[in-house]
Design a protein around this ligand. Structure first.
Ligand code: ATP
Length: 913
């Protein structure tokens, strides 16, 4: 035996020694034989150990039970096995770990009368005997054995070495774990002394007679033997160490059913406490078996608090589950087996507990004091070699910290940079949209190619083409009803009644492209195969629903912005432009040529440069605003109409309906000789000034990339100086911005309503700008634009839209036409069921007439926000608009005038909104 313990110690030291070693709890099952009493009443034994590890329930088939019939454990012992065998073949290895400085615990768990006490008494005796044998055989070591014993009776801790019935307190020691205060700890003199103490404890323990057990233990008993050992050779030496560990023999009280134990009175109360604490133990074991995740309720009972270190901590643990074989106890037996199954999964991490001698401790502390003193004397210098390691560690920590800071700063810089780019892009895209509108320069052939491909994937297609119709509805001769009967109207009703001389050219190309399509009535916008809305005015960030592709067949060389331009050229051009601002009649020669700008990252230029499509454009004198449009390359001049910006300007009207949508550069065209009289002109001027700063900054950004953040602040300042600060102000707190957004959104909705703005535009805008802080600038622009429009209409004036004037009446007519289109889209794009659902939702009687018309008329009919949201959802569904994409947002651009996004395709003008 001594050899076993010695080998055990060596093994444990090899396995990790002081560092600890994880292992599962050893689970043993012991089946007791039928008692005489049970045999007398013809009880049947339903359990059988079929081998050394498996126990079988024999009546599963008969009962048709859903419980498993066989259970496997580390070791099972049949009824005829002796306790000695159980000890030798199961618990011994664990119990004797204690002599090697490793804590160990042997539990007995099972229902009442299953044989726990019977087993534990034997196990304790054998273990103690082996321990003493070991001690006797290892005279080279000096051993000190201490004995203590407690019982937990009705949740009260009692010292079993004392006769008085005093309740002991339990406290948590930070180093030693749970401690029972004032517990008697006897130092053992010899084996006889231990036997006496064991007998004394047995006598002290609460035992009572129940129906199931004449001597039923009514408490949980924990006997602890603490063993300290030191090598005699080193005992008086400074480097002597002591191994110290405890072995716990735990005889739990047995779970019982009051009905079966026929307990009453104090027995019943005891039974309640026993069951409750065992339930907690079961819960703890179950949680531990799942890997110690979450809170483990050790503190729910004194038993689990005390056992905590032995259940999942620094201890080797064996649990002996004792079973009664009788059929009448089958349920309790199964519960015990389930507990055993959980216990099998629990791991503990035992370690060799080395205790330093006082002398060794003093010596080590003295060494530490010397080191600290030396450090104090030479604060800058490491006192010893080991200090170098400390200094190195410190430096490494500093380096790590600095690296973290650098990473953070880089992140901040990138953030600032992207913000600058966003702002520039917003301003730039506004220019782009204007430029696109003016220049008709995008590659419409590509567009056509893509939009021919797939109708099903076109998201906002109907808007695109529907707006084509809207534009053409500007023709006062157009008659919607008549168009139905016209063959041409099947293709493009808006064109049907146009004067052929006027429209023939415009329609021709569309007809050619569209004639093969089946559903030409509402042609879709350019969409690539992957669902990309191919609106080329986005250049690198081509307008997409899901993604942003690079335009196909892009003439890179032509688009490439010249890299050799200098800052002075840029400045000169800006000055020229400024000059032109002062002189509206400045010649086209002063137009900024973005190709000459050294703006390699200037999306505002290269994305629009498609000279091949604009060759026929005429060069005309430009107004100051146009001249400041940096995206215009040489040769892209086209015939500009005079800028009509003055709200008070009366223009001739042709009475053509037009819904008002997003602004375009077209409406900035005005007579060069016209004076800028109203305050909005100031906005344009300041915008121009801001643009100048923006271009400058773009240039600077390239030169001093690392100073992006500084440029950003400069940019902001310049824009502020230029009078557009309010538009660029980043909203304050999220709450503040949220409130501001909601307010502004409400006002915009009201203005849309007042100004008869295109329903499609409303839908797009409403779905795109949902309150992201970066939306603030778009919200502001939209608000200003609509306010201006409202004023214009209120003064009885007209606004110039494209080459047609827009009045409140014409806008209303445009909206009416949109509603007509929605009616048709409902028929085409919604199933009957979907339509019915919509009618129900919008309270339209299913048997009423012109239901689609009714619904279309209700959409966007008031400014209630719920109504608005629902209207937008319906329109979006009809036009297949998903409302995603930053690029789409940018499509709205920055503008200060009422305008439409107009694009031309060959000679055909197409309006987006
Ligand atoms: N393996 C066994 N072989 C023979 N007799 C046994 C065995 N196990 C238990 N017994 C007998 O069964 C009876 C009950 O045993 P024991 O008191 O140890 O049960 P227990 O589980 O401790 O019960 P309780 O929880 O009520 O204290 C005793 O008379 C005991 O001698």
């Amino acid at each position: 035996m001594g050899a076993v313990a010695g080998e055990e110690l060596v093994k444990w030291e090899k396995m990790g020694g002081v560092g600890g070693h994880e292992e599962k709890i050893l689970v043993l099952v012991r089946l007791r034989p039928l008692s005489e009493k049970e045999i007398a009443v013809n009880e049947v034994a339903d359990w059988e150990c079929i081998n050394d590890t498996t126990i079988l329930y024999r009546n599963t088939l008969r009962e048709g039970s859903t419980f498993p019939s066989a259970y496997t454990f580390d070791r099972v012992f049949r009824g005829d096995c002796s306790t000695k065998q159980v000890y030798e073949e199961g618990a011994k290895e664990i119990a004797l770990s204690v002599v090697g400085g490793i804590n160990s615990s042997i539990f007995a768990y099972g229902q009442t009368s299953s044989g726990k006490t019977y087993t534990m008494v034997g196990i304790t005796e054998y273990a103690v005997a082996d321990i003493f044998d070991y001690i006797n055989k290892h005279e080279e070591r000096a051993f000190v054995l201490k004995f203590s014993a407690i019982e937990i009776y009705n949740e009260i801790i009692r010292d079993l070495l004392r006769t008085e019935n005093t309740s002991l307190r339990l406290r948590d020691d930070p180093e030693r774990g749970p401690l029972v205060e004032k517990l008697t700890e006897e130092t053992l003199r010899d084996r006889v002394h231990l036997k006496e103490l064991l007998s004394f404890c047995e006598a002290q323990r609460q035992v009572g007679e129940t129906y199931l057990n004449d001597k039923s233990s009514r408490s949980h008993q924990i006997i602890r033997l603490t063993i300290e050992s030191s090598a005699r050779e080193f005992m008086d030496k400074s480097n002597s160490t002591t191994l110290a560990a405890s072995v716990n023999f735990v005889d739990l009280a047995g779970s019982e059913r009051a009905s079966q134990a026929l307990s009453a009175g104090s027995r019943l109360k005891e039974g309640c406490h026993i069951n409750r604490s065992l339930l907690t133990l079961g819960t703890v074991i179950r949680k531990l078996s799942k890997g110690r995740q979450g809170h483990i309720n050790y503190r729910d009972s004194k038993l689990t608090r005390i056992l905590q270190p032995f259940l999942g901590g620094n201890s080797r643990t064996a649990i002996i589950c004792t079973l009664s074989p009788t059929r009448s106890h089958v349920e309790q037996t199964r519960n015990t087996l389930l507990f055993a199954c959980c216990a099998k999964q629990v791991t503990t991490k035992a370690q060799v507990n080395v205790v330093m001698s006082d002398k060794a401790l003093v010596k080590q502390l003295q060494k530490e004091v010397t080191r600290l003193e030396s450090e104090l004397r030479n604060p800058g210098l490491p006192a010893t070699n080991c200090d170098y390691a400390a200094v190195l560690r410190k430096k490494n920590l500093q380096i790590e910290k600095m690296e973290r800071e650098i990473r953070e700063l880089v992140k901040q810089r990138d953030l600032a940079q992207s913000r600058v780019e966003d702002l520039l892009r917003m301003v730039g895209n506004d220019q782009k949209s204007r430029k696109t509108g003016i220049d008709n320069c995008f590659n419409m052939q590509e567009m056509t190619d893509t939009w021919e491909d797939d109708d099903s994937i076109s998201e906002s297609s109907s808007i695109y083409r529907s707006d084509l119709r809207i534009t053409e509805f500007n023709n006062p001769n157009y008659n919607n009803e008549d168009s139905e009967s016209s063959p041409d109207s099947k293709l493009f009703p808006p064109f049907a009644n146009k004067n052929p001389d006027e429209y023939c050219k415009e329609v021709q190309s569309l007809e050619l492209e569209e004639s093969s399509r089946d559903d030409l009535e509402y042609p879709d916008p350019p969409v690539s195969e992957n669902g990309v809305l191919a609106l080329p005015w986005y250049g690198e960030e081509n307008v997409t629903i899901q993604e942003i592709p690079t335009p196909v067949n892009e003439d890179r060389e032509e688009r490439q912005i010249q890299d050799n331009a200098t800052s002075s050229v840029l400045e000169q051009r800006l000055d020229d432009a400024q000059l032109s601002n002062d002189s509206p009649l400045a010649s086209s020669a002063t137009v900024l040529n973005c190709r000459n700008l050294k703006l390699t990252r200037s999306w505002s230029c290269r994305e629009y440069y498609t000279p091949d499509k604009t060759e026929e454009m005429e060069r005309t004198p430009l107004n100051s605003f146009e001249k400041f449009f940096p995206g215009r390359p040489d040769g892209l001049q086209r015939k500009f109409l005079p800028l009509t910006y003055d709200a008070s300007t009366k223009l001739s009207t042709n009475g053509s309906p037009s819904s008002i949508g997003s602004p375009s550069m077209d409406e900035l065209r005005t007579n060069n000789s016209r004076t800028y009289a109203n305050e909005d002109i100031t906005s344009v001027q300041t915008f121009v000034a801001g643009m100048k700063e923006m271009v400058k900054l773009e240039y600077e950004k390239q030169l001093v990339d690392d100073q992006v953040q500084m440029n950003y602040f400069k940019f902001e300042k310049n824009m502020k100086d230029a009078g557009v600060d309010s538009m660029l102000e980043v909203p304050g707190s999220p709450v503040e911005w949220s409130m501001q957004f909601k307010l502004q959104q409400r006002e915009i909705v009201e203005l849309w309503q007042t100004c008869n703005v295109s329903l499609f535009h409303r839908t797009y805008f409403f779905l795109l700008f949902r309150g992201d802080p970066t939306d603030s600038i778009y919200m502001e622009v939209e608000h200003r634009r609509l306010s201006f429009l409202k004023e214009t209409f209120a003064g009885g004036n007209q606004s110039l839209n494209d080459d047609q004037t827009v009045t409140l009446a014409s806008s209303a007519k445009g909206v009416r036409h949109e509603r007509d289109m929605l009616v048709k889209l409902m028929q085409r794009r919604l199933s009957e069921e979907e339509r019915k659902n919509l009618f129900r939702k919008w309270s339209i009687a299913l048997d009423s007439k012109r239901r689609r018309k009714q619904l279309a008329n209700r959409l966007w009919s008031n400014a209630d926000m719920n109504h608005v949201a629902e209207s937008a959802a319906v329109v979006a569904k009809l036009v297949r608009f998903t409302g995603q994409g930053k690029a789409l947002k940018e499509m709205f651009g920055l503008s200060f005038t009422p305008q439409r996004m107009s694009y031309s395709w060959r000679s055909t003008r197409v309006s987006l909104f």
